[in-house]
Design a protein around this ligand. Structure first.
Ligand SMILES: Nc1ncnc2c1ncn2[C@@H]1O[C@H](COP(=O)(O)OP(=O)(O)O)[C@@H](O)[C@H]1O
Ligand SMILES: O=P(O)(O)OC[C@H]1O[C@](O)(COP(=O)(O)O)[C@@H](O)[C@@H]1O
Length: 444
């Protein structure tokens, strides 16, 4: 069954937690039944789950659907009385400044919102104890932001009290808060959304999902990922040149990817210069005939040089664990697999009395702090435009995302249910294995 055979009339509306009340002073255009916006063309199928769809169809049940993003004919907030706020949380990611810029421009020019606040240093900026004052953002202030990496607003990790933050939003008179961040940030945003619903204060919480790791669920990709792996390619190419420039040269590159190997896989495929790709999703052995060290030895015998790319979360079972460490947000901090491999590889060849030249490159922070590449900039612009449309339409408790090539609204809770991984039996990993010829280091 192809989902294109199902007409839109057969779909049901997904409840995204839309408001059941109009905001003060703006009742004219709010839809009478309070359930939000219903028109044909507003929804798409949840087409990831064909089997589920077929079962539902067979039973004559309504089909699950997801709301399409885009401007609505009716809006919920009166722009002249609306205060919009933007916060960026978690690790840096190319495109953060693009999203900030477009939220400001779109709110200001497309809707006529005049009060736009930039919350500084992530959720910290919503806790008065830190003393960060919100910035009053204008189009002039954000005009040139995309030329720079990082985030104009600053970011942070670490949990803050939800009630304190909602008190602050109320005190500032914020009507719509845009949370630009990864799964942790969207969990925080869900807490804010639930607290606002409980208080009935009418504040909309809209998420714009961010991470270079590309590990957020239910979306084609996250912004910044493509730029990050393009930047990673420079490191890989450098490692390749170094490896080729020496007798028995080895280039070892550690790339970010806390629990997923998307950047490592894509950088390997894009450069075509990598011989071993080590990712968290695929265990590997170091020792033995099938292990990495022997495979590397064979590669050097055959070709005289080798390039290894390792994602930071790979091979954690091999590295002697120090005590378990978490970052301020509660994310597990991994042992340094890059340095560990460097030392083990050097040790191994020393024990074999074989001279090798290993160059170790760790470009981690340099790849995520670059300005977004043009394709990512367009993507950021569209995500931010749609986020503003959703906010002004009175949506809340949702994120904007591109899924199956369409911009959609997803309930926040859905995207924070887990982290997406490279499928060891899927197309991406299969192409990596084929392109590098490295199945020897896979376990089992
Ligand atoms: N489970 C959670 N509940 C509430 N807030 C969270 C949760 N996890 C993370 N946060 C907060 O969201 C912000 C960003 O989270 P973090 O995990 O560092 O980055 P990311 O959003 O990129 O995943 C931090 O301020 C963090 O404390
Ligand atoms: O050192 P930091 O700033 O805490 O961040 C390291 C982590 O941030 C990332 O770049 C992105 O993580 P988030 O999506 O959680 O922000 C990871 O790849 C990496 O493990």
């Amino acid at each position: 069954m192809s989902h294109s055979t199902i007409s839109l009339e057969e779909l049901v509306i997904t409840n995204l937690g839309e408001k059941k009340f109009p905001s003060p002073g703006w009742q004219r255009n709010f839809s009478a039944d309070g359930t939000g916006w219903h028109t044909d063309g507003d929804r798409i199928l949840l087409c990831d789950h064909t089997a589920e769809l077929e079962a539902s169809l067979a039973k004559g049940e309504p089909l699950p659907s997801i709301e399409l993003a885009g401007p609505r004919k009716e809006i919920f907030f009166n722009p002249t009385q609306t205060c919009v706020a933007i916060v960026t949380c978690g690790g840096l990611c190319p495109g953060l400044n693009d999203v900030i810029r477009t939220i400001v421009m779109q709110s200001y020019y497309a809707y006529g919102v005049r009060r736009i606040l930039g919350i500084q240093y992530g959720y910290e900026g919503l806790d008065p104890a830190y003393g960060h004052r919100p910035l009053e953002l204008t189009p002039e202030m954000v005009m040139n932001l995309p030329y720079f990496g990082g985030t104009f607003l600053g970011s942070s990790r670490g949990r803050k009290d939800t009630k304190v933050m909602v008190n602050r939003l109320e005190a500032l008179g914020v009507n719509i808060l845009f949370v630009i961040g990864g799964d942790g940030s969207q969990r925080g945003a869900t807490d804010l959304f639930e607290e606002c619903q409980l208080r009935g204060n009418g504040i909309s919480i809209i998420g714009v999902p961010k991470t270079i790791d590309n590990d957020l669920m239910f979306m084609d990709r996250s912004f910044g990922y493509q730029t990050a792996f393009a930047a990673a390619c420079h490191a890989v190419t450098g490692a390749h040149a170094e490896a080729r420039g020496a007798r028995n040269g080895i280039g070892l590159v550690k790339l970010m990817g806390r629990d997923s190997g998307f950047i490592a896989c894509s950088a390997a495929l894009a450069t075509g210069e990598v011989n071993f790709v080590l990712i968290p999703e695929v265990d590997f052995d170091l020792e033995g005939e099938q292990g990495l060290l022997a495979a590397l030895d064979r590669r050097l015998e055959q070709r005289g040089h080798a390039v290894i790319v390792v994602a930071e979360g790979a091979g954690q079972d091999l590295v002697p664990a120090s005590q378990a460490r978490l970052d301020a947000s509660g994310n597990k901090l991994h042992e340094d697999i890059g340095v560990f491999l460097r030392d083990r590889i050097n040790g191994y060849f020393k024990s074999q009395d074989k001279e090798v030249t290993l160059k170790y490159i760790d470009p981690s922070y340099t790849i995520r702090s670059v300005p977004a590449a043009p394709e990512d900039r367009v993507f950021c612009l569209n995500l931010a435009r749609h986020a503003v449309h959703a906010g002004m339409a009175g949506k809340t408790g949702m994120v904007v995302a591109r899924w199956h090539q369409r911009f959609v609204h997803l309930p926040m809770k859905v995207v924070t249910r887990g982290r997406r991984k490279v499928d060891p039996h899927g197309d991406l990993w299969r192409s990596v294995v084929e392109a590098t010829g490295q199945p020897a280091v896979m376990k089992g």
